[in-house]
Design a protein around this ligand. Sequence first.
Ligand code: URP
Ligand code: ZN
Ligand code: ZN
Ligand code: ZN
Length: 466
Amino acid sequence: MLHIRGGTVVTAERSTRADILCDDTGLIVQVGANLETPAGYDVVDAGGLLVMPGGIDPHTHMEMPFMGTTASDDFYTGTAAGLAGGTTSILDFVIPGSDRTLLESWKAWREKARKAASDYGFHVAITHWNDQVHADMGTLVQDCGVNSFKHFMAYKNALMIEDETFLHSMRRAGELGALCTVHAENGDAVAYLQQNLLEKGQTGPEAHPASRPPAVEGEATQRAITLAGLLGVPLYVVHVSTEEATSAIAQARMRGQEVYGEVLPQHLVFDDQVYTASDWLKAARYVMSPPFRPAHHQKALWGGLMSGQLQTTATDHCCFCKAQKEAGKADFTRIPNGTPGIEDRMSVLWHFGVKSGKLTPENFVALTSTNTARIFNMYPRKGSITIGADADIVLWDPTAERTISAATHHQNVDYNIYEGMTVSGLARKTISNGKLVWDNGDLKAVRGAGRYLERPAYKRSARFPL
Ligand code: URP
Ligand code: ZN
Ligand code: ZN
Ligand code: ZN
């Protein structure tokens, strides 16, 4: 039981001086100025710190089987690293293989995730269509606490679906009150361009961005929005990385269409120059999709976040070590796609967003936690500091500096994309379900302490229109 004393509580709406009491069931039971410390409570000194809802990362891939290998951070190491960075919940992805039904896959992911140190929920990917998928989507929403499904318009001959499958899934999700999410890149165009580049002898990582230019994302984003509009269902676009996709989302919203967009901090701070490194491995480590873009796209992403046209930040945390990346040594299309970052999302967004004056601390809370809780129907249990909410809280030092490095990070991967970057703003203490799990550099994450988050279907009238 904790008494968080003397801090400034920052929510998506306002900042106020207040204390917080967290009881032994892991809930917030009191919020108010100058509270007495009840018997049996430990005092956590929040003097000089901002007290915010713990971060929610709605896009991670822990121990994901992908491109012939498995992502190196598992549900324990990855969520523990998240706690060190102030993130107290994740939404990960169930990826059904061809050998298992959706429901069997969801059960397998539940097993894998039992070791998680923080709370977690799942989006379930729709990778093909048949009557079983139709039925399993119903079971997942009604009985299993899944209220969102994922669709890949890229990764041809692997995860990619055709528009017809996407339409079937969107209609079904709509009738169930679930939200469709999408990785929007034109997978046929990517496969075609990859083949062209390989035929011309372009086999290195510098060909990766050339195989997935901005227009490929712009077209797919617009197509996904059009398809969702035909059926009148809401849509959430993951890892928006271009001006084209940002505009498509903003225009749809101005037409009254319910479309949301997610941004990764890495797309805000790196451009396509990362692929020009003469060291193969250095460039390969930035191979993710969508790729890093010419710098002017960053301006559109910031504008989207500042104006509210883009609502969330995530990491797409997907770790591959040196030997795994080297599977693509002779052919860039075989480099496992993905970059780490769950530990650094909050710091990087604070430094480049709040410290630079683009975002207020309240905007920061909205973009790292509250908006995600609302969009994925976890609010106010998550994403808020209110009586009855889960005691997932970060004590944030807005001015302390930290130099990011793989030598000191907690992610189970042998590099850090932000290596050597000094950022202001860090999690001093992280509280997960009422327990102090990160204390000034001391990680006390507990294997298996995380709980599965059941997310109910949406009642449309109850949706918060962000
Ligand atoms: O490159 C990426 N993003 N890897 C993970 C899978 C995905 O597309 O999100
Ligand atoms: Zn139906
Ligand atoms: Zn993706
Ligand atoms: Zn992803």
